[in-house]
Ligand binder design. Sequence first.
Ligand code: PLP
Length: 394
Amino acid sequence: MAISSKMKIFAEKSSWIRKMFEQGGKMKAEFGAENVFDFSLGNPDAPPPAQFDQVLAKIAADNGPGTHSYMPNGGHLWVREAVAGQMAKEQGVKVVASDMLLSCGAAGGINVIMKSLLNPGDEVIFLAPYFVEYDFYVDNHGGKSRVVQTDENFNPDMAAIREAISEKTKAIIINSPNNPTGQIYSKEILAELGLLLTEMGEKFGSTIYLISDEPYRKITYDGIEVPSIFAAYSNSIIVSSYSKDLSLPGERIGYVAVHPGISEKAELVSAMTLANRILGFVNAPALMQRVIAELQGISVDNERYARRREAFCQILTEAGFDFVPPKGAFYIFPKSPIEDDVAFCAILQEEKILAVPGRGFGAPGYIRLAFCVPDETIAGSAAAFKRAYQKALK
Ligand code: PLP
């Protein structure tokens, strides 16, 4: 066997979304794309904001000396200054360029953090349901995943987190607005989590880092704002990207920022800056750095996702589904009407609906539906959802 046994296991673990993607391709070829209701992928379909095209055209035309050169490993200083300025507004805490670095998306950023923090066997806690690639990122750097379930509303279960923390715990990753549930953690919840991590860190004589993965921060509904992580806990690190809020997932541009008061800051930032180079990315893409410097505070039209969320919630309610309405991101995570989420996804497929089983996110018994798809796909799926739900109950 050419590939490593570990990659074989990973391929199996990450297979749910891929399986649905492949299945979707086959079904679309057989029945026509317009007759398949594909809610399997979190690939934003909103176009980037108009300002993106203008800035990109301007920057592409300017190719003075050094435009395409290597740069400091953390990214161009003036770009970091622009991002830090925006972060300071969002976090209500002063963030400066030297507290952050530009990364190849949030995924690259999380790998940079893990590379910098983990010793072999260190544990990282995630709250299920969770973005399954966290498992791989932690393993990439010799760590061990520790999965803790959330409560019935997909909020952190503090007692369960307390139980899971040990002297081996190096970090906890949270993701709010959440993929796959759309939950946003309140200010009170974050404050409680901050207190818990402080208490447990003192108990074990260690620093437990709170890593907030927040690429969906700007995609929220009903006027909800995502509370500040930096206000809740000083040993916190924010990782984010422009994949979702500027609809640029293919351009691989994001950032990592540490709390200005984080312990051993200089050493940590310097380790992350080196990791940003030696993991093989060798800086975040230069062209996109220059583009996003001019797009701070701008994001895609949330109205489009808000409209779809409204329509989708209504369809699912009428079909009989039980779900927590998402507060942000573009996913809904309803309960499967039968215990076996994989079997229910097969029933949905008979009705030409593609969904991802909850077990792909560490939460069997649910399904994930991504609503970053055209309005017609959502509207057209109503009768099919009703039929699938009824079929499952028979
Ligand atoms: N974190 C979460 C929760 C995600 O949903 C995704 C992508 O879907 C990522 C990280 C990776 O994002 P990026 O494209 O910025 O690497």
